[in-house]
Design a protein around this ligand. Structure first.
Ligand code: MC0
Length: 140
């Protein structure tokens, strides 16, 4: 069901500073920047690699406000890995299958994600403490 790691989401206080860090230390390149009001984030995707099933990225996330998912995470835990996004072929079908196994779905239906993807989150408490995102990409 999981095709690849699509991205690792990293929460940070200052997006521009963190982009500069990933560019200068790891030589990564920003391929997309977006503000997602619904998710309460300003984010950038930095390309890591291309594989047979598609590309993988680091996603840097800065909260738009303290009272958002990433804002609360930063206040509680500080900067660090916020979620893992896995590529799936069909996010609606994957949600049905995973939900039927008793895992709590944060999103019952797909939402709009980075770079035109359809995304849905699974509750971290049912995935061993890992906030898990399913990503049906619109890119190839
Ligand atoms: C919270 N918890 C986490 C967590 N965030 N555990 C692991 N990883 C995380 N990122 C834990 C808390 O420590 C707490 O456990 C419990 O979950 C409830 O958290 P809370 O402090 O009440 O925080 P809430 O109200 O924010 O709820 C957490 C929840 C929420 C995961 C349900 O953040 C959510 O719905 N997230 C999905 C949407 C999202 O994260 N959007 C931002 C990225 P204890 O044991 O302390 O009770 S958007 C994105 O990434 C898009 C643009 C994309 O990829 O394209």
């Amino acid at each position: 069901m999981l095709l690849r790691i699509d991205h690792v989401g990293v929460a940070c206080h200052n997006l521009e500073e963190k982009i500069e860090f990933y560019e200068s230390v790891f030589g990564l390149t920003v391929v997309s920047r977006e503000v997602n009001e619904e998710q309460g984030v300003r984010e950038a995707m930095l390309h890591v690699a291309d594989g047979a099933q598609g590309a993988s990225y680091v996603q840097l996330l800065e909260p738009l406000h303290p009272d958002t998912a990433v804002g609360r995470f930063l206040a509680k835990r500080g900067e660090g890995v916020h979620h893992i996004g896995y590529g799936v072929a069909d996010v609606t079908k994957a949600l049905e299958e995973i939900g039927a196994k008793g895992v709590r779905l944060i999103d019952e239906r797909p939402r709009h994600g980075s770079m035109g993807a359809s995304i849905a989150f699974l509750h971290p408490k049912d995935v061993g403490g890992v906030l898990t995102e399913l990503v049906e990409t619109s890119r190839r």
